[in-house]
Design a protein around this ligand. Structure first.
Ligand code: GCO
Ligand code: MG
Length: 402
């Protein structure tokens, strides 16, 4: 059996997605997501110029060997561009293998460990009142876990606050939108939001919050401490994690669970965090971290240190990643939760899929493979459109972390 074609498909049904399609001489094909939000064409070039030519004629059944070939063989390891390219190949190969076996991917991984995949939705509002309303809306839809982000009094354009009720799309401009940040205003406001959410909705719903790398370790420690009475499921990306040791300080001060990892690319980015039990949830997912082959290694390493998974699932992760992640989530023994930011109708039409939401859980479906396809004719109607993520500056203009 041989790979006969490797094609990169770029489409923008409301936002940009990069998809790799691998065809074989036996008719069966597989697809993988390679989207890197705001830097999409770097991965397109990496794949088209440097990876696709290497794949033609190779045996698609040798997933592990191909992974090692692309990782070790490039000499230049790791990083968001390389690991997304490898992930796209890997996910497409797992798709092919599962289709050949006539099994849903979760069966090939070891079978289901649970009946459904617990997901959290994104509630946001321009102020406290509208955020409370938005959380109520998600609970009415059946969600059991909701992430709450709100506009901060005195600040325009807070992270995570969208323009519609169900859809939040940060990569919204041809040049990066400039936002302003003020840590004190934020730290003063956020506990009152979660206090109100608990008063309104009681103890039952799981509540989450994304700090989006904005705080220093000691500020993050203070936030975690001040949120303890409201029993959060997690706070995410409380401080940047290039220095993994930074989490030690946060951990010493608070029992609020910590999640991190959506921008990590390999186990090495998380090794100290996991081995020292400085976090509770690892947020890496298939597209950012070298595909299923690498992610399951991360999960196994996390399992022996009592860390659970919480895969990233924002809209810039295409339905192909969502499908593959749901098979992974269905199998992985140390599953925690899955993020689920709904895609637009246009995106869902370009990527027909078998996964479904029901009563707070997502189900991957029983189609052979990962259960997500691409309608290439429809995809061709939405040409690539440059779109950047915003940037953040402090009130005096100093560059900060968005
Ligand atoms: C999340 C993320 C996203 C990112 C986005 C960047 O937790 O879902 O923080 O909102 O900002 O994926 O491309
Ligand atoms: Mg996040």
């Amino acid at each position: 059996m041989k790979i006969s074609a490797a094609r990169v498909i770029v489409t923008c049904p409301g936002r940009n997605f990069v998809t790799l399609k691998l065809e074989t001489d036996q008719g069966v094909y597989g697809i993988g997501d390679a989207t890197l939000n705001g830097r999409e064409l770097a991965v397109v070039a990496y794949l088209q110029e440097h990876v696709c030519p290497l794949l033609i004629g190779r045996d698609p059944r040798r997933i592990e060997d191909l992974w090692q070939y692309l990782y070790r063989g490039a000499y230049w390891r790791r990083g968001p561009v390389t690991m997304r390219a490898i992930a796209a190949v890997d996910v497409a190969l797992w798709d092919i293998k599962a289709k050949m076996a006539g099994m849903p991917l979760y069966d090939l991984l070891g079978g289901k460990s649970r009946e459904g995949v617990l997901v959290y939705g994104h509630a946001n509002g321009a102020d406290l009142g509208s955020t409370v309303e938005a959380v109520g809306h998600y609970l009415e839809m059946g969600y059991k876990a909701v992430r709450a982000q709100s506009g901060i009094p005195g600040l325009d354009l807070a992270y995570g606050v969208g323009r519609g009720v169900l859809h939040y799309e940060p990569a919204d401009a041809a040049m990066p939108t400039e936002t302003r940040w003020d840590t004190r205003k934020y730290l003063d406001f956020i506990p009152s939001l979660f206090e109100r959410l608990r008063e309104t909705f009681g103890a039952e719903p799981a509540l989450l919050h994304d700090v989006h790398h904005r705080l220093t370790p000691i500020e993050a420690a203070r936030l975690g401490k001040s949120l303890e009475p409201f029993d959060l499921f997690w706070i995410e990306d409380a401080t940047p994690a290039e220095n993994q040791d930074a989490f030690r300080l946060i951990r010493q001060h608070t029992t609020t669970p910590l999640a991190v990892g959506e921008i990590f690319n390999t186990l090495w980015d998380a090794k100290e965090l996991i081995a020292n039990q400085l976090i509770d949830y690892i947020r890496m997912t298939v597209v950012g971290s070298g595909g299923i082959t690498h992610l399951r290694r991360v999960a196994d390493f996390a399992a022996i240190h009592g860390v659970r998974t919480g895969c990233h699932g924002a809209t810039d992760l295409s339905p192909v990643t969502m499908g593959a992640a749901l098979h992974f989530d269905s199998w992985v023994p140390n599953f925690g939760i899955q993020e689920y930011m709904r895609h637009s109708e246009e995106t869902d039409a370009v990527f027909p899929h078998s996964y479904q939401f029901e009563d707070g859980y997502l189900h991957p479906g029983d189609t052979a493979g990962h259960g997500v396809d691409i309608d290439e004719e429809l995809a061709a109607r939405y040409p690539y459109k440059p779109a950047y993520l915003p940037v953040a500056r402090l009130q005096d203009g100093t560059m900060w972390n968005w």
